[in-house]
Design a protein around this ligand. Structure first.
Ligand code: GSH
Length: 321
């Protein structure tokens, strides 16, 4: 019998079906709770600078997008950052990068402590990103797609004066549809390739992935960013998968029709973003490789981490304008 990386999230046909997000609180200026209060009766937490903490892992694409959006919007001083080790042990994400092994703001050694403090019966995977309330230690949300959209919209009052509009109202219908396609075929598509336990499930995911990359490559041949002249949330979401493509997905997840470096438009587009303030400095290729190759033991039982590829090309001129 084939063993799945996450058996509770694998269908009878061998396809990877991602678990739903358990915590879906929202931080919003529309909360009726006072400052320092908990969520109101609609699950809305009060908007406050310095209160909430974003827990991320440098290796994780879903957490990485929150880290980038936070930076682009100038929320670095407003939402603090806790970073977990890319290697989990049997107790999950741990704060072993902090000097004494505890997150200094939350006082916990494992992210699971915050999940269980919020829901003692929680049995799903403990995931990053998570936005945690530093006053109570409770998880506000691990709903990664809503989290970044909320940073753009609900947190606007606390943005830097020159913050970009990553989710412009006029573009939302097209942007939402585009992001749904990118999620299904690319962001989650690489996981559907890597975690498939049947040939058919893998073949379907692989075909959808590269068909979508071909469509996006044609789109980006005629425009600098996915929605035109300005960076939007869609670019952030696409970037976090592209930047992991050659170091992790091409080999580890068998997404190997081409490497990113062999897809000229997408490679130049990804380099353009990488060299934009707020993107490249958040990327840690070493942690990305160690996380994927060393923790998914069902698909890489030895845990050996490859030495390559050479990533020096990311800083070479991209030629896009
Ligand atoms: N919250 C989502 C996406 C976030 C996610 O999968 N994050 C990964 C890291 S890239 C994680 O935290 N995994 C924990 C685990 O696999 O136990 C989910 O539950 O699938």
């Amino acid at each position: 019998m084939t063993r799945a990386q996450f058996s509770a999230e694998t269908s009878g046909g061998g396809a990877f079906v991602r678990q739903p997000n358990r915590f879906t609180g929202r931080v919003t200026p529309h909360s009726t709770s006072p400052a320092g209060g908990g969520p109101d009766d609609q699950g809305r937490w009060p908007l406050e600078a310095g209160r909430y903490r974003l827990i991320w892992c440098r290796a994780c694409p879903w957490a990485h997008r929150a880290r980038i959006v936070r930076g682009l919007l100038g929320l670095d001083e407003v939402i603090s950052l806790g970073t977990v080790d890319p290697i989990r042990d049997e107790r999950g994400w741990r704060f072993t990068l902090d000097p004494d092994g505890f997150d200094p703001a939350l006082g916990i050694g494992f992210l699971s402590e915050a999940y269980l403090a919020t829901d003692p019966d929680y049995t799903g995977r403990v995931t990053v990103p998570a936005l945690v309330d530093t006053l109570t230690g409770r998880v506000v949300t691990n709903d990664y797609p809503q989290l970044t959209l909320d940073l753009s919209t609900e947190w606007r009052r606390l943005h830097a004066p020159d913050a970009p509009d990553l989710y412009p109202v006029a573009l939302r219908p097209e942007l939402d549809a585009l992001m749904a396609e990118i999620h299904a075929d690319v962001n989650n598509g690489v996981y559907r390739c890597g975690f498939a336990t049947s040939q058919q499930a893998y073949d379907e995911a692989y075909t959808a992935l590269f068909d979508r990359l071909d469509v996006l490559s044609r789109r980006l041949a005629g425009r600098r960013y996915l929605m035109g002249d300005a960076i939007t949330e869609a670019d952030v979401r696409f970037f976090t998968t592209l930047v992991r493509f050659d170091v992790a997905y091409h080999g580890h997840f068998k997404c190997n029709r081409q490497k990113l470096t062999e897809m000229p438009v997408l490679w130049a587009y990804a380099r353009d973003l990488f060299q934009t303030p707020g993107f490249g400095e958040t990327v840690d290729f070493d942690q990305i490789k160690r996380h994927y190759y060393a923790t998914h033991r069902e698909i890489n039982p030895t845990g050996v981490v490859p030495a390559g590829p050479d990533t020096s090309g990311w800083r070479t001129p991209h030629g896009r304008a």
